[in-house]
Design a protein around this ligand. Structure first.
Ligand SMILES: Cc1ncc(COP(=O)(O)O)c(C=O)c1O
Length: 370
């Protein structure tokens, strides 16, 4: 049996609508983009959304809009996709890496500790904000993070790239910070058959600024208020995104069902299954288990036709690009321990119970070999 790590959902209706858009002759920031932006903002519960060419572009535009620049510092988790960190460098600022809690998201206790230490260091760059990442689809501890941000006068920019539709105490991720950024990369909970992204906000100024900046700083067709970029979105992908959005709750319910099957099937085996907080409605972008025999288990599963992943094998504070740019980094114990043990098992909305049972049985076989 072959079980892929992830698989995007494709329907006949999506293919038909893509062909209609091709025939329409309108390809960039047209009617479907406008409607998708409205529908997405409504879904998250924000006033605006601005489609972008990727999640990375969405984060970059937000940081520009928030006035982050050279000499500034932004708090980011180390355990996240590298593109959470890149835009911080791209605006000329420096990331300050934060350790994780039991949910693999930013540890508020460590944020507070780092801020206290930096307040005693006159040479430390000014911390402007925090980027919590709702990693693997599990919301970060937002009340604690928002409280710290308020006390220190910092913005909170949510990285929701792995958490479309997740809720924290009933609120959708992306609606709690000053803005939230999403990715539509093919493995994500909502995909558009290529790269794509979106930023959501209820702040009129951020929305207007990002909207202009993503399209060459345009106010009118040939009037450029700002020197901007081309970080736009397109009609073919927007029509797909709109149809995917209609199914997002179903996708997430299915992912949660797969997670329950795994929790049941892995019971009693020497692996740690994902922690879920009471306040979280997670959307299981990834299903990440932990074992000290991670590499051996991954090899064994590969031999059984089961694709797995490691998200992520090198924490960002130890990435060569970071160390070369920002110098030696402090130790982040929980993150460094996690990256040695984490293993992502296959998960996607259409994953059948039979396949989940097969993966669990294969994990069981691995541990029962003498
Ligand atoms: C947590 C996180 N942040 C940012 C990104 C960047 O998104 P994109 O690949 O669309 O640029 C991703 C996706 O890879 C991600 O998983």
């Amino acid at each position: 049996m072959n079980v892929p790590l992830s698989k995007p959902y494709v329907s006949q209706e999506m293919k038909t609508r893509v062909l209609e858009v091709i025939d329409s002759g309108q390809y960039i920031l047209g009617k479907n983009c406008k409607e998708f932006e409205k529908e997405f903002a409504q879904y998250v519960g924000t006033k605006h959304s601005v489609l972008t060419s990727s999640g990375t572009a969405a984060l970059f535009l937000c940081l520009k809009a928030l006035g982050v620049g050279p000499g500034d510092a932004v708090l980011v988790p180390s355990l996240t996709a590298f593109p959470t960190v890149e835009p911080v460098y791209h605006v000329g600022a420096n990331p300050v890496f934060i350790d994780i809690d039991q949910t693999f998201t930013m540890d508020p206790g460590h944020i507070e500790k780092v801020l206290k230490e930096r307040s005693k260091d006159p040479k430390a760059g000014k911390v402007k904000g925090i980027i919590p990442v709702h990693l693997y689809g599990h919301p970060a501890n937002m009340d604690a993070i928002l409280d710290i941000a308020k006390r220190y006068g910092l913005f909170v920019l949510e990285d929701c790239c792995q958490a479309h539709g997740a809720r924290y105490k009933g609120k959708r991720v992306g609606s709690m910070g000053v803005a939230g950024c999403f990715s539509f990369y093919p493995s994500k909970n909502l995909t558009v058959f290529g790269d794509g992204g979106n930023l959501v906000t209820s702040d009129d100024k951020i929305s207007q600024y990002c909207r202009m900046l993503r399209d060459h700083g345009r106010k009118e067709k040939y009037e450029h208020e700002l020197v901007g970029y081309n970080l736009r979105f397109n009609e073919i992908q927007a029509v797909v995104g709109r149809l995917q959005l209609q199914k997002l709750d179903w996708f997430n319910d299915s992912r949660r069902q797969v997670a329950r099957w795994y929790a049941e099937g892995l019971k009693g085996l020497p692996v740690v299954t994902p922690a879920a907080e009471d306040w979280a409605e997670a959307v299981f972008h990834l299903y990440v288990i932990q074992t000290s025999q991670r590499n051996e288990l991954a090899d064994y599963l590969k031999g059984k036709g089961v694709q797995t992943g490691i998200h992520y094998p090198i924490p960002n504070h130890l990435q060569p690009g970071v160390v070369n740019t920002s110098g030696a980094q402090p130790q982040l114990e929980r993150t460094e321990e996690a990256v040695r043990k984490i293993l992502s098992l296959p998960i996607y909305p259409e994953l059948e119970k039979e396949k989940v049972d097969y993966v669990c049985a294969s994990v069981g076989e691995f541990f029962s070999r003498g």
